[in-house]
Design a protein around this ligand. Structure first.
Ligand code: PLP
Ligand code: COI
Length: 342
């Protein structure tokens, strides 16, 4: 059996022992199946291949100091996958089926949940695709739901050190009345080219603006965006950003810590008045932003001069991680314990 060097993990694909699958055929979901194959046989006319019937989720399991495995906000991810399915006319995965599949996938790959000391986690990727054959632009009559997992380290190579991001007005990720608010594959296809360009120029991600007016902040690569000023946590309100479960959690933590939380439209120029900035998401956790460049206007928004995260980002990060790894009490009821769910 191969061994994993937990300390060297980054956010990359790794084969684990099993994945869990379920098919929707003839108007109903079948039984959960366990597979050790990384491949799915698929009809060449499947709607996921041609017409983008594809949604996914991302959540994590953490091993605590006590050895127990904790899954963060399982219910929220189950619900969000349903809203993604509704948006692109796919069959909904019932919440109980979603939870059972995730728990089974984690349990079957328990040996891949990184040890507490490593600071790594098990990334869980549920995927829902239209597998029925269609040539006209129509929803499929068959769906496949798969859950696979892998151990991961930090998404951004800087980890908790601030990284820089860039505004690119020549690209949009999602249209105002499009699919940005759900987690469907097409949104990520639309972000690949700008993301690549940003990486080539040395940036960690693109900070997208609202596609209509190019005036307001949307989100940042595969993560939500937030700003801090004094005692205030401010995050963009927009119909085209993904409602991040991490952001929602951080807002609750921030309020609990006595910060004022504000979700509103934020103009680009307003960023000049803020002390700290960050990205947040399951993969990104909280990644502080050091500087934001706006090459078209020549403006730079600097949030870290010494290459370190600001104090509020640090406090939010420590609290979130503390809850996820079980170092702090689960006071909001966000954790599903694998051993209790069996
Ligand atoms: N925004 C986008 C586009 C994402 O892909 C993600 C990742 O899931 C997020 C935000 C963060 O969402 P969450 O915190 O639920 O992982
Ligand atoms: C996540 O944070 O779970 C994501 O989905 C981000 C990205 C890897 C797509």
């Amino acid at each position: 059996m191969e061994t994993v060097d937990w300390s060297k993990l980054s956010f990359t694909y790794m084969k684990t022992d099993y994945n869990v699958r379920c098919y929707w055929r003839n108007g109903q979901w079948g039984e959960l199946e366990v597979s050790s194959s990384e491949y799915i046989p698929i009809h060449m006319a499947a709607t996921c291949l041609h017409y983008g019937q594809d949604a996914f989720e991302g959540l994590k399991a953490f091993r605590g100091k006590d050895g127990r495995i904790r899954i963060f906000r399982l219910d929220e991810n189950a619900k969000r996958m349903q809203s993604s399915a509704d948006c692109i006319l796919m069959q909904r995965v019932p919440e109980e089926l979603f939870k059972a599949a995730v728990l089974k996938a984690v349990k079957m790959n328990e040996r891949f949940v990184p040890p507490y000391e490593s600071g790594a986690s098990l990334y869980i990727r549920p995927l829902l695709i239209g597998t029925g054959a269609r040539i006209g632009v129509n929803p499929a009559d068959e769906y496949l739901f798969v859950v696979f997992v892998m151990p991961v380290g930090p998404y951004f190579k800087n980890g908790f050190k601030p990284s820089n991001v860039v505004i690119m007005r020549q690209f949009d990720r999602a249209a105002p009345l499009g699919t940005g608010h759900v987690k469907v594959g097409g949104n990520y296809a639309a972000s690949l080219r700008s993301g690549q360009l940003a990486h080539d120029q040395g940036y960690a991600a693109v900070l997208y603006l609202d596609a209509k007016e190019k005036k307001y902040l949307d989100e940042c690569g595969p993560a939500n965006f937030f700003l801090i000023k004094g005692n205030k946590y401010v995050t963009p309100a927009s119909g085209s950003i993904l409602p991040s479960i991490t952001n929602k959690s951080i807002q609750q933590i921030a309020a609990d810590l006595g910060l004022e939380v504000d979700r509103r439209r934020i103009t680009v120029e307003e960023m000049a008045g803020f002390d700290e900035a960050g990205e947040c998401g399951t993969a990104a956790v909280i990644s502080p932003v050091g500087r934001i460049d706006d090459p078209e206007t020549g403006k730079q928004y600097v949030f870290s001069k010494d290459g370190e995260a600001g104090p509020v980002c640090r406090k939010l990060y420590d609290t979130l991680r503390g809850i996820q790894y079980g170092d702090l009490p689960d006071k909001f009821g966000w954790i599903t314990y694998l051993d209790e769910a069996e």
